[in-house]
Design a protein around this ligand. Structure first.
Ligand code: IMP
Ligand code: MG
Length: 178
């Protein structure tokens, strides 16, 4: 782990927080008068969800799901399954799924379909980062922070082998020295 380094900072903490504030304001306006349930996808979305909800100024509920992830690799297995389900019913509520990043789209596609099957009033998606060039399935991204190129990024929730989630910025991981 020690020989992995940050090659380049893509988004500093200030930049991230400014964009998250804009997203929060837009979400607050769009969901005004609606029963909103924000569903964070564990674990990567935690810093994003935490900052985002503090910029949402309408009544809302917070819930989390955990799905199978990359594990220690940088490539997707293509297999998605729910490891920790919602704590509360979303029947007749407006669900907003929050993810750190959309890559192939498999995770969000699976979650969107799964939550849609529980009779919510609506299901929409919000991601901090979008890698459109990597998409394998068609998923509508309703709110997106930043589009990025096909590079492996870490920080602000995003991990490599479980590490780097605590960085306050988002950076590109460099190849190991040896
Ligand atoms: P998807 O199902 O391929 O869209 O992948 C979504 C998940 O892959 C995200 O929630 C991340 O956990 C992981 N992921 C995709 N790209 C990156 C990256 O550049 N850095 C860290 N994790 C990533
Ligand atoms: Mg993830």
């Amino acid at each position: 782990m020690d020989n992995w380094r940050i090659e380049e900072v893509l988004f500093g903490n200030e930049t991230i927080l400014q964009r998250v504030k804009q997203l929060g304001e837009k979400i607050s306006a769009d969901y005004k008068g609606k029963e909103l349930v924000v569903v964070g996808v564990l674990t990567g979305s935690v810093p994003f969800v935490s900052d985002l909800i503090r910029n949402i100024d309408i009544p809302m509920e917070l819930d989390f799901v955990a799905v199978s992830s990359y594990g220690a690799a940088t490539k997707s297995s293509g297999i998605v399954e729910i490891r920790k389900d919602l704590g509360h019913s979303v029947v007749n509520k407006h669900v907003l799924i929050i993810e750190d990043i959309i890559d192939t789209g498999l995770t969000l596609d699976y979650l969107h379909k799964s939550l849609k099957g529980r009779n919510p009033a609506s299901v929409k998606t919000c991601v901090l980062l979008d890698k459109p060039s990597r998409r394998e399935v068609n998923v509508t991204v309703d709110y997106s922070g930043f589009e990025i190129e096909d590079r492996f990024v870490v920080g602000y929730g995003l991990d490599y082998a479980g590490h780097y989630r605590n960085l306050p910025y988002i950076g590109v991981l460099s190849a190991p020295a040896d």
